[in-house]
Each structure stands twice: as structure tokens, then as C-alpha cells.
Design a protein around this ligand. Structure first.
Ligand code: ATP
Length: 234
């Protein structure tokens, strides 16, 4: 479904990603794990069209999307839930959710999408008319995920969904990601919480200093000596 082929990318004269390749097949949950600054967010920004790779290609269902604008990539069905949630704080939960449905295909079925996401997030149904800023961190992350789903994407990309959340809330966020995947959405997650993310993923990649150093099934990565020592502290 999604293929990233040998991309190099960076900011100004700084090179961040070197020869990064990955693929995500339909229905899979794939994760990219790595330390701070490894280039995980940069990889997602390239896929989302927010940063132009210097070389290499990105394809969705065989179509070359490398040079498309971010809004065209959203229209084709790739949605990014950014790190730090980036909600509109003074707008209500309902208004934030509706902002997610701007993709052409999603606009036609806004109310159906809203009732589907509220089934998945009953807590949000009780808070639809509250300003987003009044919600707890975990609830705000749920709004960010629900807003991403309102776009009815083929692929939902999560950038550090567990960042800054208490452990019990982190578990809830990963449960929701499993439900999103079970509902048929293909998922790509970038995380520093390596244990949780490998538990929900089918496959994973390890990104170190801008290069992919390992690729395997999530179960094999959980058992890998280097992953255990460097990322799980075992
Ligand atoms: P983290 O988990 O800390 O978010 P990451 O793996 O997602 O890390 P990136 O955010 O992709 O890493 O950043 C990779 C490198 O690129 C870092 O050294 C960062 O400082 C640098 N970088 C990120 N954004 C910019 C920018 N806009 N301009 C210059 N350098 C940047």
C-alpha cells in the first residue's frame, strides 16, 4: 500500500534521513522505533508531504506521491496525527472533530463518521460541547485520534501518541490504536515507548541516526538482543 524507497531528507544543510526505505501493507500495524532525534518525525513528515525528500520516492497504491502537496496527500487517504496533538484549544470537541473531516471523501459522510468515532470514544460523547483545552491530556489525545479518523483515512500515522501521558492512559491509548486497526484502518506509528508499540504492531523498523538498522516482525524485535538492551533496558 505505502512504499518509501531510499529517501534522503533533512533541513537546510543538515542531513537527517539517509537511504530510508519501508513499506506498510493494507491492514497492517507497522511501527518505527528509535531514540530521540533519530529521524522518526522527519520520516512521517516526508510521507505526509510536509517535507520534500531530497532523493528517493514515496508511493501509495503504486502512485508516486513524492512531490504532491500535503493537502493532496490527505485527499488520497494518508492522515498524520502530529506529536503534541495540536488541537484547536478554544474550539469545542465537536468543532475539533469536524475539522478532521475536510478530506473530500470525508465531507460527504461527516455525521456517520462522528457517530462511529463516538462509539469508539464514548467519553468524548459526554464532552462534545466543552472546549478542547478543558480536557485532560489523555482525553485530548483521544480527540486527536478521533479527529484523524474523521478523515476516513486509508492510513493513519501516529507521531508519539503516548508522549506526556500517565502510564495508565498510555495503555488506553494503545488499546484505542488496536481498535482503530481492527476497524480496518492501516496504521503507522512512531514511538519511543518501544515495548507498548511492539506489542500492538505486526512489524517494525528500528531507525538509528537517520538510517534503518533493523526490520522484522514485532515479535522478533521484542526478542532481539540489541532492541532489548538499547530500547527496553533489559
Ligand atoms: P523525537 O522522538 O525526539 O521527536 P525523532 O526521531 O522524531 O525524535 P526528528 O524530530 O525527526 O526525530 O528529528 C531528527 C533531527 O532533525 C533532530 O536532530 C532535530 O533536531 C532535527 N530537526 C527536526 N526538525 C528540524 C527543523 N525544522 N530544522 C532543523 N532541524 C530539525
Amino acid at each position: 500500500m505505502l512504499e518509501v524507497e531510499h529517501i534522503d531528507a533533512g533541513y537546510g544543510s543538515t542531513v537527517i534521513l539517509q537511504d530510508v526505505s519501508l513499506r506498510v501493507d493494507t491492514g497492517e500495524v507497522v511501527t518505527i522505533v528509535g531514540a530521540n532525534g533519530a529521524g522518526k518525525t522527519t520520516t512521517l513528515r516526508c510521507i505526509a508531504g510536509l517535507l520534500q525528500p531530497r532523493s528517493g520516492r514515496i508511493r501509495l497504491d503504486g502512485q508516486d506521491i513524492t512531490e504532491l502537496a500535503a493537502h493532496d496527500i490527505v485527499d488520497l487517504g494518508i492522515t498524520l496525527i502530529p506529536e503534541g496533538r495540536q488541537l484547536f484549544p478554544d474550539m469545542t470537541v465537536r468543532e475539533n472533530l469536524m475539522m478532521g473531516a475536510y478530506r473530500r471523501e470525508a465531507r460527504a459522510c461527516q455525521s456517520q463518521s462522528l457517530s462511529e468515532v463516538l462509539d469508539l470514544f464514548p467519553r468524548l460523547a459526554e464532552r462534545l460541547d466543552q472546549p478542547a483545552v478543558s480536557l485532560s491530556g489523555g482525553e485530548q489525545q483521544m480527540v486527536a485520534i478521533a479527529r484523524g479518523m474523521m478523515a476516513r483515512p486509508k492510513i493513519l500515522m501516529f507521531d508519539e501518541p503516548s508522549l506526556g501521558l500517565a502510564p495508565i492512559i498510555v495503555s488506553q491509548v494503545f488499546e484505542v490504536i488496536e481498535q482503530v486497526a481492527a476497524s480496518g484502518t492501516t496504521v503507522l506509528i512512531v514511538e519511543q515507548n518501544v515495548f507498548h508499540t511492539l506489542k500492538v504492531a505486526d512489524r517494525g523498523y528500528v531507525l538509528e541516526n537517520g538510517r534503518m538498522t533493523l526490520e522484522d516482525s514485532a515479535a522478533a524485535l521484542l526478542a532481539d538482543d540489541h532492541v532489548r538492551q538499547a530500547y527496553l533496558g533489559i
